[in-house]
Write a protein that binds this ligand. Structure first.
Ligand SMILES: [Zn+2]
Length: 154
């Protein structure tokens, strides 16, 4: 297969086992700063996906809460295929930090009583949310924490 510009287009999505946390790449700037990009795959590709309202609420909850547990979070954003998120972090080479922050963040989701910023001032589609749906996903991912570091079936 031709090598593509986008790293995940070179990943064989039939060979992975979700949920998992995978380091996608490290980008180094001129001053030596390093951006670590992670693939947080919550759903098995082409077998399952998150519904948009649940995915959207999970995005809000994770974006807000992960910053309490991990320094230098640049971005966390959903994949268009609705099977996971990309997380970008500056200058932190610890995989364990990512795992722990994700664990704490998903527990925050379980304990949340509302979705942050789900109103027309702070969000672009405020009517498309589901806290219950987000919590259902978080619960399922947390129950498989022991296998988060296993990306491939072998
Ligand atoms: Zn929103």
């Amino acid at each position: 297969m031709k090598k593509m510009n986008v790293e995940s287009f070179n990943l064989d999505h039939t060979k992975v086992v979700a949920p998992y946390v995978r380091l996608v790449n490290i980008t180094e700037g001129k001053q030596g700063d390093q951006v670590y990009k992670y693939d947080l795959r919550f759903c098995q590709p082409n077998k399952e996906h998150m519904e948009m309202p649940a995915l959207h609420s999970l995005e809000h909850l994770m974006a807000e809460n992960i910053r309490n547990h991990l320094k230098n979070v640049l971005d966390i954003g959903p994949m268009g295929c609705q099977t996971g998120f990309y997380l970008s972090v500056l200058n932190n080479d610890s995989f364990d930090d990512i795992i722990e922050a994700l664990d704490k963040t998903l527990n925050d989701v379980l304990n949340a009583s509302q979705v942050p910023a789900c109103n027309e001032v702070q969000c672009g589609w405020a009517s498309s949310h589901s806290l219950e749906g987000a919590q259902e996903i978080a619960r399922a991912i947390l129950s498989k924490k022991s296998s988060w570091s296993n990306v491939f079936s072998e």
